[in-house]
Structures are given as structure tokens and as C-alpha cells.
Design a protein. Structure first.
Length: 312
């Protein structure tokens, strides 16, 4: 069973407009508000696919209550750690033929007392689950090794961990003695981790990059390549995953949807090929929806059959 962690959830607001006028009034007729944050997008996609999932993280204030109300309406289970501060808003402006401008609040600053209490809360939760996803940035007040500590706590209960973050929190986790089971860097994040440029069109270059000692002990490395699919290392095997060309309505949340596919497949013990096909299919289905972190399950098989996985 899957647990998703969102340490800095938000009310995600999507504003589609034809043209963004700077220093002028922009009127929005269609506003979409959802319970947001990368981990909650993962939760939503897993739930839409009919799989059991529970969302956790830190939440507070009126916006926190709105997030919980939205999850209840979507039949998504949750067990949050309550804080006294207000959860945040995030605004995505979709404009000018596919451009996207985001306005993201930083959110609350977490106290040392709440940080410590959450770890105890989290460890007790993981006893009930077999896999946990940890997604997104950390709120102010939490140390860069906070995810690392959560990974160690999950490991006590043999709970598999998928980590989708970047920067110092990701580096801390990779330098720890207890590694996440899967990471999902994009091209820029990969290059930042190994401190060198990588030609992502060259399989040999990517193989060499993923053999860097920084990745020792990580079972799955899924390098997201956008419309070019993904390049993947699983133990000592390498795969290039190609996806079909589609009409993209909204790319926001496609990475989270891919993560949801990875989580479901790994939790079910699927084969390597099936794991990668499920993951990329979920990402594709999300881009075809106007709402963030949504998929249409009825389209799954059609696009699943169009994803190509080749061992390299």
C-alpha cells in the first residue's frame, strides 16, 4: 500500500488566459483550484487508477482545511500532521499558446518542535505501508537532511522509498548510508549531481553518467527527458523509453503522474518493462488533461501500448 509525503502542500490555482498582459489587468473566467503539491498529485493519480493510497505531510490554517475538503471530495485518504501556520497558495498562469508562468508562495516556516514531532508521527505511519513517495521541496525551517531522516525511518519498517526532489535534499539522501530506492532527476538535475554536461541523446554517455559513485546503492534511477521519454538504470540494466507524440493540454503534474505510475508498478512487483510503460503512460495521460495531476483511466491501455522500452 502506498503512502505519499507532501511536506509543503498548497492550494493550486490554474489561470488559463489567451495572452498575459504585463502591468495591466488580466481577467480570468475559468479558474481551477485543487489540493496541490507534488505528493498530492501523486495521490490523486493513484486514486484515479483505483489503487489504495494515503496522503500525509504538514498542513495548517484555512487553506489546509480546504486541501483536506478537496481530498475528501476526491475520495483520497489522508493522515496529516497539523501545524498552527497557514498552508500556501500556488498559481499557474497558462498563456500565449502553451507558455506557463508560476507564482509560488514559500509557505510556512516549520519549528524545530514540529519537525521532530513529525518524524515520530511519520515513523508510526510507515508501519502500515509497503511503499512511500516523498515529493517536492521542503518548507522553510526543515534541514536539508530531513528527507534523509525520513528515508531511514521508513527503512526500519522495510518500507520502499521513492524520492522526487532536487538540490541539497537530494544530495543529502544520496550521500547517506541508507539510500532511496528510486530517484527521478531530469537532465539539469543529473548534470548538477555529477558536475558535468551529459549528451542525453547518447546512450553510452548516459550510462557513464549513471555509473557515477554518487548513485551507488540506488536501485532505480529514472532520468526524465520530457517529450524524449526517459533513460533508466535498474540495478545493472539500462533502458531507453520512448513515448508517442501527443497534443499537450497542460504539462503541469506530468512528472508527478509518472512517479505515481512508478509507485504503483513497483508496489505491485511488476516487471521492469511494465514498470516503465506504466510510469510513462501516466505522465502522458496527465499532459492530455487541462487539470493538474489528473488522468483518464479509460485511455490507459491505448497509450500504454504506444510506449516503447528498449534495453541498451
Amino acid at each position: 500500500m502506498i503512502l505519499t509525503v507532501t511536506m509543503n502542500p498548497s492550494v493550486d490555482m490554474s489561470y488559463p488566459i489567451e495572452h498575459l498582459k504585463i502591468d495591466d489587468v488580466n481577467r480570468v473566467t475559468n479558474v481551477d483550484k485543487t489540493a496541490g503539491g507534488k505528493g498530492l498529485n501523486v495521490s490523486r493519480v493513484v486514486a484515479l487508477m483505483g489503487k489504495p493510497v494515503t496522503a500525509t505531510g504538514m498542513i495548517g490554517g484555512h487553506f489546509g482545511e480546504y486541501i483536506k475538503d478537496q481530498l475528501t471530495k476526491e475520495h483520497i485518504d489522508y493522515d496529516f500532521f497539523q501545524i498552527d501556520q497557514e498552508s500556501r497558495n500556488s498559481i499557474a498562469i497558462l498563456h500565449d499558446g502553451g507558455n506557463q508562468t508560476e507564482l509560488l508562495e514559500t509557505g510556512p516556516t516549520i519549528s524545530p518542535v514540529d519537525a521532530k514531532a513529525f518524524k515520530t508521527f511519520f515513523e508510526q505511519l510507515t508501519e502500515k505501508f509497503t511503499l512511500v513517495t516523498m515529493s517536492g521541496s521542503l518548507p522553510n525551517g526543515l534541514s536539508t537532511d530531513f528527507y534523509t531522516d525520513l528515508i531511514k525511518l521508513a527503512g526500519k519498517h522495510r518500507c520502499k522509498v521513492i524520492l522526487d526532489t532536487s538540490g541539497d535534499p537530494l544530495l543529502s539522501a544520496l550521500q547517506s548510508s541508507i539510500k532511496p530506492g528510486l530517484i527521478k532527476p531530469n537532465e539539469e538535475e543529473l548534470q548538477a549531481l555529477i558536475h558535468q554536461k551529459v549528451d542525453v541523446t547518447d546512450d553510452n554517455a548516459l550510462k557513464a553518467a549513471l555509473q557515477d559513485p554518487i548513485f551507488d546503492g540506488v536501485e532505480w534511477i529514472v532520468v526524465s527527458l520530457g517529450s524524449k521519454g526517459a533513460f533508466v538504470k535498474h540495478d545493472s540494466q539500462y533502458y531507453r523509453v520512448q513515448i508517442p507524440k501527443i497534443t499537450v493540454k497542460n504539462p503541469v503534474g506530468s512528472g508527478d503522474s509518472t512517479l505515481a505510475g512508478l509507485a504503483m508498478a513497483i508496489d505491485e512487483g511488476a516487471s521492469e518493462e511494465e514498470t516503465l510503460k506504466m510510469a510513462m503512460t501516466m505522465g502522458l495521460l496527465n499532459t492530455m488533461q487541462s487539470r493538474t495531476g489528473f488522468v483518464d483511466p479509460t485511455q490507459y491501455q491505448k497509450y500504454h501500448d504506444l510506449v516503447r522500452v528498449a534495453e541498451v
